[in-house]
Design a protein around this ligand. Structure first.
Ligand code: ADP
Ligand code: ADP
Length: 224
């Protein structure tokens, strides 16, 4: 179980942006997150990843405390066994595609790396460096690298935004398969409700730092 109860605020130029979330999720699910720009989706992922801290509250995963403002517990990002794909991809520029994937791995599972390279159709770029790739290609490398770690928790912030619909659909199917195989818990942020409803077990809608609705699959038709 992931238990999260947090508050966070940012002082903007004109007003205060405040987040207040209190959520529980079962492990091993795909949790789809949507909501308008500025809702706090990226902030939520960064807080779960440990890249940003709440002002107060706690985060617990599987009875392990990752963050607790009252006891100053704050498990560093590197110790949370998390894979993430954020919007800037953050690939290692001086390594080839294959080295990027291998570097991320704690276990040197070359079979999984080869499988990822094949499924994501990246054979041709195996030995080149990411700056030679397009945005969509880099996005695939970033996704493969995050999955190659076999993390307990996979945090994906618009991971398919630069991909064409056919490839997006294939990768969605592959993500679902990997999720079943490795029992990863996945948080998937997307504006694309069609993709979210295809793969998610639960949907979470945020607006202005608050949960506006939450649904379990099978989903009732969603109006946007
Ligand atoms: P979303 O991902 O849903 O678009 P974000 O989590 O990126 O929303 O941002 C939520 C709000 O907090 C936005 O208004 C954004 O401008 C603001 N914000 C995010 N990060 C910071 C920060 N480090 N400092 C100040 N404001 C921030
Ligand atoms: P998204 O595209 O997911 O909404 P953002 O543009 O909100 O992402 O965030 C991109 C980066 O800029 C993040 O690292 C975030 O912390 C930072 N950021 C966002 N809004 C602000 C802000 N108002 N002031 C300072 N930093 C911000």
């Amino acid at each position: 179980m992931i238990k999260l109860d947090i508050e966070k605020s940012f002082k903007g130029t004109s007003s205060l942006w405040e987040m207040a979330l209190s959520c529980n999720w079962d492990l091993g699910r795909i949790i789809g997150i949507s909501g308008p720009s500025g809702a706090g989706k990226s902030t939520l992922l960064r807080i779960i990843a440990g890249l940003e801290q709440p002002d107060q509250g706690h985060i617990m995963i599987d009875n392990q405390v990752w963050y607790d403002s009252t006891s100053s517990i704050n498990t560093p990002a590197g110790k949370r066994n998390i894979g993430f794909v954020f919007q800037d991809y953050a690939l290692f520029p001086n390594m080839t595609v294959q080295q990027n994937l291998l570097f991320a791995q704690k276990v040197k599972d070359i079979r999984l790396v080869n499988e990822l390279i094949e499924v994501m159709e990246m054979e041709a770029w195996r030995d080149i460096k990411p700056q030679l790739l397009s945005g969509g290609q880099q996005q695939r490398v970033a996704l493969a690298r995050a999955i190659a770690m076999k993390p307990d928790l996979l945090l994906l912030d618009e991971p398919f935004s630069a991909l064409d619909p056919a490839l997006r659909d294939r990768l969605l199917g592959y993500l679902k398969m990997l999720h079943q195989k490795y029992r990863m818990t996945i948080f998937l942020v997307s504006h694309d409700l069609d993709s979210l409803t295809k793969v998610s077990d639960q949907l979470l809608f945020l607006d202005n730092g608050k949960v506006t609705s939450q649904q379990n699959s099978p989903f009732t038709p969603i109006k946007t």
